[in-house]
Ligand binder design. Structure first.
Ligand code: SF4
Length: 256
């Protein structure tokens, strides 16, 4: 928990450069992430197949469970060719500890298509990724974010929860595709984000902005969160001028 995450924060500049609340949240979250971000092996992966495989395994499976097993899976299937050539039974056996039997079949199909249609190399292009078996918009965006640095808006459970609370939306259920939620995600850090920002949101959602009892008093963006300011006795930041002078939480005029 306290290890520094391998993807370091990009240059964020001083507080004076932040034009709005999203920029300031980005700054504060990256600062927090540098100290408290989680270290997962896949955050250091640079090989296309490994990055894609990790994102597929992380779908509907907790990160700590994937962390336990992904090393062995990659060792057994270091390439798409290795998975395709060893056959479905081998993939199924290797992925059994992660559960979701259907996923072994999906991954075996994926490896086979990558070998047959792309010569064993994962295509690093959105349209081609989306054509692969089992790859949806989320996995494609996450993969591109890591491999190309493309900025994206991701709708994983943690990001949706954080964005919803920050925006003060009282919505429940599968709300990822709701326009108002998409808008909240977009304003969370003032637009699409790179891998470091995304990992910061993921880790905040997993360790501080918990599903049942968010730890708002420990949250780096409590003053910029509608839910947090309602829970904790702190006035919301509504202008950045006070923030620049170091008075976090002071009452001010207007949030841009
Ligand atoms: S202040 Fe509370 S609700 Fe808001 S993001 Fe932080 S932990 Fe979540």
């Amino acid at each position: 928990m306290t290890q520094t995450a391998p993807i370091g924060p990009p240059e964020v500049g001083g507080l004076g450069v932040h034009r709005n609340a999203g920029d300031l949240r980005r700054h504060l979250l990256l600062q927090w992430f540098a100290k408290a971000g989680r270290a997962f092996p896949w955050r250091e992966y640079t090989v296309e197949w490994h990055v894609l495989l990790a994102e597929m395994l992380l779908l509907r499976t907790r990160a700590d469970i994937v962390a336990k097993h992904i090393g062995a899976v990659i060792q057994r299937f270091p390439t798409a060719e290795a998975m395709a050539s060893q056959g479905f039974e081998s993939a199924e056996e290797s992925l059994r500890p992660l559960g979701l039997r259907w996923r072994a079949h999906r991954l075996y199909q994926l490896a086979t298509v990558i070998v047959n249609d792309y010569g064993g190399r994962v295509p690093v292009e959105r349209r081609a990724l989306l054509d692969l078996p089992g790859v949806g918009p989320y996995v494609a965006s996450a993969t591109l974010s890591k491999l190309t640095g493309e900025k994206v808006l991701l709708t994983d459970t943690n990001t949706v929860r954080v964005a919803k609370r920050v925006a003060g939306l009282g919505l429940e259920g599968d709300i990822r595709r709701r326009k108002v939620v998409q808008k909240a995600i977009a304003s969370l850090m003032n637009g699409p984000v790179g891998a470091a920002e995304w990992h910061a949101i993921l880790d905040l959602g997993a360790t501080v902005c918990l599903p049942r009892k968010p730890l708002c008093t420990e949250c780096p963006i409590v003053s910029l969160c509608a839910f947090g300011t309602a829970q904790v006795e702190i006035a919301p930041i509504t202008s950045l001028s006070r923030q620049r002078s170091g008075r976090l939480g002071a009452r001010v005029e207007s949030m841009s």
